[in-house]
Ligand binder design. Structure first.
Ligand code: HCD
Length: 501
């Protein structure tokens, strides 16, 4: 962690860096006329050579570390070309704020080419994740009402709560089996199952039963396929998938296999709901899919595409974040106890009223923000500028791909004092949090699963903290590997010890 501090001590003799080192507020206001685009620091003239070096340094798994080195070399704004991608990288909250001001009404992220290629290859529709323009906006607004609005949220709170309770029950069973009064394990797969169970309950209104001993092999295959899909995507960020397809590379064929089983399993779940819809008798809420089908506002194939994206997007993302959260809570002295005290008080005051309960746990929410600061799922946020923009006193032309280095921002001591410390309180202390908590992105193109993820993770932590003490080996520091999203570089061993023993 000491390293992070050193990374940002920049040599004041470097002429290139002087203008960009000015105080943070100059990110938006400056008396100087902005510098032209061509003056941006960075290695942007050597795209293919960069790609080669990147590959030699195992850059595919170290994107986030290389990015931090680049910030150290070039300062808070630089331009980089890797293969065919030409982007400007920023990391100050004020610059991020300026970028989101010019994203327009149809904001777009960087295109993950292999995801489009697969759908074209198999003749499948794009869901909201991959759509753009008006088509994206209309469908996104309809889906927002289901999964992002307060009304939508209240409908699935009790569902997520019961999955959290089942996880606790499962842990008690494992503790009993272990005969040692505690359960020590790499929880990766358990959390994958928890996350898939949660998202499927919300989408389909039905339980898959993944927190029991017998698991449907189809579901386990789905879980493994999502991970394989992420792993095979990262090399294709820079090597055109067309090329890999042409030479029949295993990266492409594995990628296709992974998506095939993702779509097959999702199709089966969707089909089950679709055919049972006519037999429905009562008016209780039975999930996002039924609700969309009954509204009949979107074409069936589009509903399927977006539901499949939500289902696949809901597995590795929340489970990894929860694993990091427990890892940090086990290591940071005293933090877990404070959170537990808050949870117990909130429970005593709200009983089974979940909405009231979630209003009384600011520290638990801050702990999740703090987890995403140190371990963001996405290493960058990306947008194309829609008009002339000044970023860090440089003129950026419309249509430029700008990436906010989220991982680097989270570990930058100018933005977060003592960044190596896991301190949820930094989010509540009255310091500026302006454009600092960007774990789910910002604006109309922010993460569509945000509310589901937040509720799912908050309820999970509540249940775990109420029942167990979380422990880990403090000495075993775990690094991070980039596989499209950020994964732990080695398995994390966690111990859950019942509080009542
Ligand atoms: C990966 O340089 C690194 O919620 C690239 C830039 C980039 C673009 C889009 C990001 C992606 C990164 C990480 C994974 C994200 C994705 C957008 C949605 C996706 C953040 C940062 C994710 C995990 C949902 C995936 C859904 C899918 C399984 C259908």
């Amino acid at each position: 962690m000491l390293l992070t501090r050193r990374l940002f001590v920049l040599p004041s003799t470097s002429g290139l860096l002087n203008h960009s080192l000015a105080s943070e507020s100059s990110a938006v206001v400056s008396n100087q006329p902005p510098l032209p685009y061509e003056h941006l620091p960075g290695d942007w003239k050597k795209g293919w050579r960069n790609l080669y070096h990147f590959w030699r340094k195992d850059g595919f798994h170290n994107m986030h570390h290389l990015m931090m080195k680049n910030y150290q070399r070039f300062g808070p704004i630089y331009r980089e070309t890797l293969g065919t991608h030409d982007s400007v990288f920023i990391q100050h909250p004020e610059d991020a704020a300026a970028l989101f001001q010019v994203e327009g009404i149809h904001p777009e992220r960087l295109r993950i080419q292999p995801w489009y290629e697969y759908r074209d290859y198999r003749n499948k529709r794009y869901g909201v994740l991959l759509k753009s323009g008006e088509d994206w906006r209309c469908q996104r607004l309809i889906l927002n009402r289901e999964v992002l609005s307060v009304a939508g949220m209240n409908r699935f709170l009790p569902l997520l709560d019961s999955v959290g309770q089942d996880f606790v029950r499962r842990v008690y069973t494992q503790v009993e089996r272990s005969d040692r009064g505690k359960w020590t394990a790499d929880l990766t797969n358990e959390l994958f199952r928890f996350a898939l169970e949660s998202i499927c309950y919300v989408l389909y209104g039905q339980r898959l039963g993944l927190l029991q001993d017998y698991i449907n092999p189809e579901s386990q295959k789905f879980i493994d396929s999502v991970t394989l899909m992420f792993h095979t995507t990262s090399p294709m960020l820079y090597i055109p998938p067309r090329l890999l397809r042409l030479i029949n590379s295993s990266i492409w064929t594995d990628h296709v296999k992974a998506w095939d089983s993702i779509f097959n399993h999702a199709d089966r779940c969707i089909q089950g709901i679709y055919s049972s819809l006519r037999q429905r008798t009562n008016n209780t809420y039975s999930g996002v899919l039924s609700s969309l089908l009954l509204q009949d506002q979107l074409p069936l194939e589009d509903i399927k595409a977006s539901i499949t994206e939500l289902m696949a997007g809901g597995v590795d993302t929340t489970s990894m974040t929860l694993q990091w959260a427990m890892y940090e809570l086990a290591r940071a002295p005293g933090v877990q106890e404070k959170l537990r005290a808050e949870v117990l008080a909130a429970r005593a005051a709200s009983g089974s009223d979940l909405t009231a309960l979630l209003k009384r746990i600011p520290l638990v929410k801050a702990a999740l923000k703090e987890t995403l600061r140190l371990h963001p799922v996405a290493i960058t946020l990306q947008r194309y500028t829609r008009r002339d923009t000044i970023l860090h006193n440089h003129m950026i032309p419309p249509g430029t791909l700008v990436q906010v280095g989220l991982y680097a921002m989270g570990r930058n001591p100018d933005v977060f004092p003592s960044p190596e410390q896991f301190s949820p309180e930094r989010w509540l202390g009255g310091g500026s949090t302006h454009f600092r908590g960007l774990g789910f992105g910002f604006g109309p193109r922010q993460c569509i699963g945000r509310r589901i993820a937040e509720m799912e993770m908050q309820l999970f932590l509540i249940h775990v903290l109420e029942n167990f003490k979380i422990e880990t080996n403090r000495m075993a520091e775990v690094g991070t590997t980039f596989n499209l999203i950020i994964f732990p570089s080695k398995p994390i061993q966690l111990t859950l010890r019942p509080l009542s023993l």
